[in-house]
Ligand binder design. Structure first.
Ligand SMILES: *C1O[C@H](CO)[C@@H](O)[C@H](O)[C@H]1NC(C)=O
Ligand SMILES: *[C@@H]1O[C@H](CO)[C@@H](O)[C@H](O)[C@H]1NC(C)=O
Ligand SMILES: *[C@@H]1O[C@H](CO)[C@@H](O)[C@H](O)[C@H]1NC(C)=O
Ligand SMILES: *[C@@H]1O[C@H](CO)[C@@H](O)[C@H](O)[C@H]1NC(C)=O
Ligand SMILES: *[C@@H]1O[C@H](CO)[C@@H](O)[C@H](O)[C@H]1NC(C)=O
Length: 649
């Protein structure tokens, strides 16, 4: 207002008039009824896809949005990642890959709506489920339950996001692209573990969200008892059998899993295009009006943003757009064709409820007939056998596990099992990508023929600010996730003949909550172990040789992405909580309560060895790689020609 105040009053009047005009003329009215979202008074059949802004770069966003639009999407869905926006309490970051306003505007520029899933718990295979670590250290806090400190922080951040969106005029009620918003996330999967406090928290979250007055509907996914006006929505591989809990709510699918995420040590996920297409068509066949691909573009978990434990840095997800932003064929093209076919049915779909008709065993039709409008979906649910069915006196051949779409109840415009999209090879050639066959070998050749540099990381405590305390400390409480690494260091004095010794030998037992453990005795590697994506627990017993006098025991514990899912996931913990013991034929020495010295992080992290744009004298590149030394940083700068990483379909 101060800036406006300095203008001549006629200009002010004109400016205000223009602002009002822009505001009212562009505003979109979004409501819903039992069939669908209602936009400016018209029910809509919508197709949506998840793209998460911190998992790509701002330069990629316009291209991703255009590919989403060209693929037949109406809407893009994103979580809001609290930890990237508020790395320190009260210090906000909405720049670069965290520029949510720019991301939402990129969607609008491509003609897409946006579903903003604020959470702010997001799961998302994201470190700590998207919560900033400082939250853990607020006195008396309990996450995701009826707890005042938690609710205060959650409300403050939710208000900040809503205010930021409103400030940029991004809600549909302001003429922007956001037509839907989510509070909490899949809480219904676990809320029973919080008892009555879980129920009152969920109702509080709903009320808090609605009071923010965004002018667009709110959803809670996987929350059967979501109170009106919130819409309960479905997440899963198949949602055709889902029924919203309130008869006044439409059938919406907020996460249709296009594939799955990759864990270290796990198989690369793959979901056949035909199966995905079948599930999508079945959803609309049985009354659904909005489904969302999770993910449409998965992208990359940059930096230390992967959730855990053991979620990989690639978040490709076998999605229709691959990690690098290239369309994945035939998935992208076939789903585009499915979307076109469904859109041809939209007038009938929004006019009425479907009526069911059996077409024999494992085959059925759903017909949307209203006045002169008629659309039908014919499904063969048999996974093995093709069928010929009779519908309206005409014979239709249905391949196994497929749906045929008939926008006029007569002619099949698409069958989900028949992929007509032939654009794959043409596009690859036009863009100059290599063929599948040359992919593996060409990459290996490039890397082997180029030079690697290395830098050695010292074993044990090297920092001045290391601290010594009696007993073993939980890792996340100690590091606050400032680093993946925590050194635990102690020593034992051997005279000879101790009951835990057999000559100079003993066994060292180390129990850890995870995720990765390395053991060093007197500076030498003596053993290692790791957990896995389903259990991060480690129990390692390794033989060690001790010398007369003082022996140094250095244990390096590493986390590989903090847990992001489950009730009380913040209390799972990590690191060496014990016991740690030396055991021998005649007895043992329990070191669990000994004095331990702790160092957070590695020297190489302090030197920013991970940053390719910072030169450090630590790097050696003379081909004399250290052998039998486990703590080594390796670096390679490759200028290999760009190779499409698309998998064989
Ligand atoms: C989503 O839709 C696809 C295509 O219809 C289907 O194969 C898949 O099972 C659905 N669910 C998920 C979670 O992808
Ligand atoms: C928005 O649409 C709903 C349903 O179509 C209608 O009842 C309501 O009056 C509309 N609101 C505005 C502000 O136009
Ligand atoms: C993960 O680790 C647990 C505990 O060590 C083990 O029981 C389980 O078999 C492992 N699972 C996989 C998939 O390796
Ligand atoms: C972290 O420390 C707090 C306070 O001492 C304790 O209540 C909590 O159990 C610890 N967390 C873990 C994961 O051990
Ligand atoms: C003690 O060590 C010797 C050899 O180093 C081995 O043969 C013997 O089995 C060990 N005794 C016990 C009780 O572990």
């Amino acid at each position: 207002m101060a800036a406006v105040g300095r203008l001549p009053s006629a200009a002010v009047a004109l400016l205000l008039a223009l602002l009002c005009l822009a505001g009212t003329s562009a505003a979109t009215n979004v409501t819903y009824d039992h069939r669908a979202l209602v936009i400016d008074g018209v029910r809509r059949v919508l197709v949506s896809g998840s793209i998460h802004y911190p998992r790509s770069t701002p330069d990629m966003w316009p291209g991703l949005m255009q590919k989403a639009k060209d693929g037949g999407l109406d809407m893009v869905e994103t979580y809001v990642f609290w930890d990237v926006h508020e790395p320190v309490r009260g210090q906000y970051d909405f720049e670069g890959r965290n520029d949510l306003v720019r991301f939402v505007k990129a969607a609008a520029d491509a003609g897409l709506y946006v579903h903003l899933r604020i959470g702010p718990y997001v799961c998302a295979e994201w470190n700590y489920g998207g919560f900033p670590l400082w939250l853990h250290f607020i006195p008396g806090i309990k996450f995701r339950t009826d707890n005042e400190p938690f609710k205060t922080e959650m409300q403050r951040f939710t208000e900040k996001v809503v205010a930021t969106m409103k400030g940029a005029g991004l809600y549909a009620s302001q003429g922007g692209p956001i037509i839907l918003s989510q509070i909490e996330n899949e809480y219904g999967n676990i809320d029973w573990q919080y008892g009555d406090a879980g129920k009152s928290y969920m109702r509080w979250a709903a009320g808090m969200a609605v009071a923010l007055d965004t002018g667009v509907p709110w959803v809670m996914c996987q929350q059967a008892d979501a109170p009106a006006p919130l819409i309960n929505t479905c997440n899963g591989f198949y949602c055709d059998q889902f029924t919203p809990s309130l008869p006044s709510s439409p059938k919406l699918w907020t996460e249709n899993w296009s594939g799955w995420f990759l864990s270290f040590g796990g198989a690369v996920p793959y979901r056949p295009t035909e199966d995905l297409a079948f599930a999508v068509a079945r959803f609309y066949q049985r009354g659904g009006t909005l489904q969302n691909y999770y993910m449409y573009h998965g992208g990359t978990n940059f930096g230390r943003s992967s959730g855990g434990p053991f979620i990989s840095t690639s978040y490709d997800y076998d999605a229709p757009i691959d990690e690098y932003g290239l369309v994945r064929q035939p998935k992208w093209g076939h789903l585009r064709d499915v979307h076109k076919a469904i859109k041809m049915c939209e007038p009938a779909l929004i006019a009425t409820n479907p009526s069911y008709m059996s077409l024999g065993q494992n085959a059925e039709a759903h017909v949307y007939r209203a006045g002169s409008l008629c659309a039908a979906f014919l499904a063969n649910m048999d996974e093995q056998s093709d069928k010929t069915v009779t519908f309206n006196g005409k014979a239709y051949k249905l391949p196994a596990w497929s749906v045929s779409v008939l926008p006029d109840c007569k002619n099949v415009v698409l069958n989900t099992a028949q992929i007509n999209s032939q654009v794959a090879s043409t596009q690859m050639r036009n863009l100059g990508f290599r063929t599948q066959a040359s992919y593996g070998s060409s990459v290996e050749t490039e890397l082997a023929s180029s030079t690697w540099s290395y830098a050695v990381e010292p074993v044990g405590i090297t920092k001045e600010n290391a601290m010594t305390k009696p007993g073993l400390m939980e890792q996340i409480n100690t590091t606050a996730d400032a680093s993946d690494f925590l050194w635990y260091s102690t020593s034992v004095v051997v005279k000879g003949g101790e009951p835990y010794l057999n000559g100079s030998q003993s066994n060292l037992l180390v129990n850890s909550l995870g995720h990765v453990l390395q053991v060093f005795i007197n500076g030498k590697f003596a053993g290692s172990s790791k957990g896995n994506a389903s259990s991060s627990l480690i129990s390692l017993t390794t033989p060690v040789t001790l010398v007369p006098g003082k022996n140094k025991i250095d244990l390096l514990s590493a986390t590989v992405g903090l847990t992001n899912y489950g009730a009380f996931f913040d209390l799972v913990g990590a690191g060496i909580t014990g016991p740690v013991k030396l055991t021998g034929p005649k007895g043992m020495l329990d070191l669990s309560s000994a004095d331990w010295t702790y160092q957070i992080g590695l020297r190489g992290e302090d030197l920013h060895l991970y940053n390719p744009s910072e030169a450090s004298p630590e790097w050696v590149s003379d081909n004399s790689y250290p052998t039998n030394y486990p703590l080594t940083w390796y670096k390679q700068v490759s200028c290999a020609p760009f190779v499409s990483p698309t998998r064989q379909q």
